[in-house]
Design a protein around this ligand. Sequence first.
Ligand code: ADE
Length: 273
Amino acid sequence: MRLDVVTIFPEYLEPLNVSLVGKARTRGQLDVRVHDLRSWTHDRHNTVDDTPYGGGPGMVMKPEPWGEALDSVLASGEAEGLAAPVLVVPTPSGRPFTQELAVELAERPWLVFAPARYEGIDRRVIEEYGERLEVHEVSIGDYVLAGGEAAVLVITEAVARLLPGVLGNAESHRDDSFAPGAMADLLEGPVYTKPPEWRGRDIPEVLVSGHHGKIARWRRDEAFRRTSANRPDLIERCDPAALDKHDRKTLAELGWEELPGGGFGRRDRAVEE
Ligand code: ADE
């Protein structure tokens, strides 16, 4: 997979040289190219921003450097025979970045990232490339960062670990929280390793029972417990048809009840609140 990042802070992308993404690069599984947006400016001050039309605080990124930068990046990929890339624009006003989108992006051979600083990029840039490319404006969470570079690191790591051969163990993302499949839409429960006793704390006995069925059941119950505590919205949206008798019992113990219209709700919520 090829990744291009156009930014005014190329050094911010240094973490792409280490750990999983760094290794994928050295192994040739990922071809990452970071470009300095300012190299497509032509004035003495390498200006990339200007005041917003209509007034208001902050600055807006000028369309010309972005246009030249993206044209140049697109041309270089085309010259290498690549089909049009997906353009990813991190912004707090984008659609939420999810595991589902990570899986979708991991299937594409070429991603181009356009992280903005300041109040964002002149809208015409998104419109212009939206006519030629698939453009995703994505938010990594309901908070505002100083720029999109940290979001590029987040998205890149989530995508890179899904590429074939990047994670050592091919099974390792099957059980990810949010991975489609068996534990769909449940958070992963706690994990333990050796030693069996640490500071007077034992590991749950079931994990050394050798009984695979019981272990799977325990893990699923713990997943329900953690999801119920940390992401009750996921329980509310859970499909009752995907649950077995034991799942229902666990949810009932955690204070959930099946609603007549489908889905789950907290029992006695009105009383508790
Ligand atoms: N840029 C600033 N905040 C962001 C966020 N939450 N997600 C993606 N890009 C951003």
